[in-house]
Design a protein around this ligand. Structure first.
Ligand code: AMP
Ligand code: MG
Length: 336
């Protein structure tokens, strides 16, 4: 079904192509770049999660992302860049934004800035702003560079599902809807980027993510405004139930008197967290830090689904570092 390549060497015609994270084969990168320049969809690894990429300057290509994911079209996309200098072609970049890029890029931080007029409205969902990020992953950077265009890329999952942290998850959700999938193994961070809005005097935290809010507050020397209703309007993606596996997700806070939810039976449920539960769960996944919890949570969701369990119980993490982003994803996966 996939006849992407006209030459017949390595992996010709295959959807999923292995690529070395630290030393990406330029021939494979060139093929994926050709897909993108031709208006197709290429899924690729970043340090946060796997992305579903399209040429960010082509409305037709960007529309394919929305169709493949079943994503609401009022949810804007992040444009991925290979260098901070490219930001100026797409957005108004003031001194504060330039300093932020210098300090945090490449990395899991997305900046919302005033959009230039030629950025397609399919990318911005009609807003006057655009979200930009430079990912910290050699494969992603090589691909963006070779494609010679910004790449619009949300997570490579069906809309509403847990984000994919490896190529298997991408293939399971979108295997019949993409033109090529670059497989560089599991990602590092496991949760999406932090999104901040730099268009006003105050800095808004639109979505907690891979860059801890504390680090940003230290850098800016001021507290970030937490998203109220106004910010939710500004960042439509934060409104939706999201990141959810097919099984119901329950939250457990460890500590005295905190009982497991009564409606679940541990013998048919999976548990994920950092504190060993006293109940005997059918499957228990324990992490030794919030960082590894973040890296493994979405894969854990998919794992429990595949095992045919009935419920998932997740431990509520602490409100610090990446724990804040974990809380956000858990809140929306469980709709609690
Ligand atoms: P995703 O690519 O699915 O991880 O989501 C991208 C996130 O960035 C969503 O929460 C969007 O609402 C947010 N976002 C993208 N573009 C903008 C923008 N121009 N203004 C505010 N938020 C944005
Ligand atoms: Mg997503």
């Amino acid at each position: 079904m996939f006849h992407l390549f006209d030459d017949t060497d390595m992996n010709a015609g295959r959807l999923r192509v292995n690529i070395d994270r630290w030393n990406p084969d330029p021939r494979i990168i060139a093929r994926a770049a050709r897909v993108l320049r031709g208006g197709g969809l290429a899924a690729f690894p970043t340090e946060t999660v796997y992305g579903l990429g399209a040429n960010g300057l082509s409305p037709d290509a960007v529309n394919k992302i929305f169709r493949a994911k079943g994503r609401p079209t009022d949810n804007p996309l992040i444009l991925h860049l290979a260098a901070p200098e490219q930001a100026e072609l797409l957005a108004g970049v003031d001194g504060r934004a330039a300093d932020t890029m210098k300090a945090f890029w490449p990395g899991p931080l997305t900046l919302v800035l005033p959009a230039r007029a030629h950025v397609p409205k399919e990318v911005t969902a009609g807003l006057s702003t655009v979200a930009l990020r430079m990912p910290d992953h050699p494969v992603a950077l090589a691909l963006i560079e070779a494609a010679r265009c910004p790449i619009a890329a949300p997570s490579a999952n069906r809309s509403g599902r847990p984000s994919p942290t490896d190529a298997e998850a991408v293939e399971a959700d979108l295997g019949d809807r993409i033109d090529i999938l670059l497989d560089a193994g599991s990602v590092d961070v496991g949760l999406e980027s932090t999104v901040i809005d730099l268009t006003g005097r105050k800095i808004l935290l639109l979505r907690p993510g891979g860059t801890p809010a504390e680090r940003l507050e230290e850098f800016f020397g001021e507290p970030l405004e937490t998203p109220g209703d106004d910010a939710k309007r500004r960042s439509p993606g934060t409104r939706y139930r999201h990141y959810a596996p097919a099984l119901p997700v329950y939250v457990w806070t460890p500590g005295e008197g905190e009982k497991m939810p009564r409606s679940i039976d541990p013998s048919t449920s999976g548990f994920m967290g950092m504190t060993p539960p006293s109940e005997n769960f059918a499957r228990t996944i324990l992490f030794d830090s919030e960082k590894s919890y973040a890296r493994g949570m979405f894969a854990g969701f998919r794992h429990f689904e595949a095992e045919g369990l009935l419920h998932i119980v997740v431990e509520w993490p602490r409100s610090q570092g990446i724990g804040l982003a974990l809380q956000d994803r858990i809140r929306r996966a469980s709709a609690c």
